[in-house]
Design a protein around this ligand. Structure first.
Ligand code: ATP
Ligand code: MG
Length: 139
């Protein structure tokens, strides 16, 4: 299997609750290598652009408000089969449906505040990484 990249964010509630260390430990223990990482806060405009694919969904406005409500950790991760393996590690979007031992089962507050973001394709992983990281910020 080829090593490839996925992009993640630790969302505002999980960051505020001091779950960053626990989440990063799960990420490292699952074999992901951190290629880039930063602590930052999204402006509403930036969050709106990042989630533009959901613009027509009823939860879009609330999602943009939430994602810009406080600091987040953004990171670029590398592993064999990174996109699919990371989505397995984080679990279902709704934490009520997330499998035991997944990041969302452990750390999500609710469907919106579900602890982490994970890319849904190789193409989107690269697009999302480009939102946050220049070439010189990747190792
Ligand atoms: P993410 O893109 O954050 O990794 P995902 O791919 O599992 O999550 P998406 O369908 O892309 O899920 O939704 C993006 C985010 O929007 C979700 O993670 C969640 O925070 C929020 N969201 C999704 N569906 C709902 C909903 N029905 N009500 C409220 N918020 C929602
Ligand atoms: Mg998604």
């Amino acid at each position: 299997m080829n090593r490839n990249l996925t992009f993640t964010m630790i969302k505002p509630t999980a960051f505020k609750n001091n779950n960053t260390g626990g989440i990063l430990k799960m990420i490292n223990d699952a074999g992901f290598v951190i290629k880039a990482m930063k602590l930052t806060r999204l402006s509403p405009e930036f969050a709106g652009d990042f989630y533009a694919v959901h613009k027509e969904r009823p939860f879009y406005g609330a999602l943009v408000d939430f994602m810009s409500s406080g600091p987040i950790i953004a990171a670029l991760l590398e592993k064999d089969n990174a996109v699919d393996d990371y989505r397995t590690l984080i679990g279902a979007t709704n934490p009520e449906n997330a499998v035991k031992g997944t990041i969302r089962k452990m750390y999500a507050t609710n469907l919106q505040q579900n602890a982490v973001h994970g890319s849904d394709s190789d193409e989107n992983a690269n697009i999302e990484a480009d939102f946050f990281f220049s070439k010189t910020e990747r190792y």
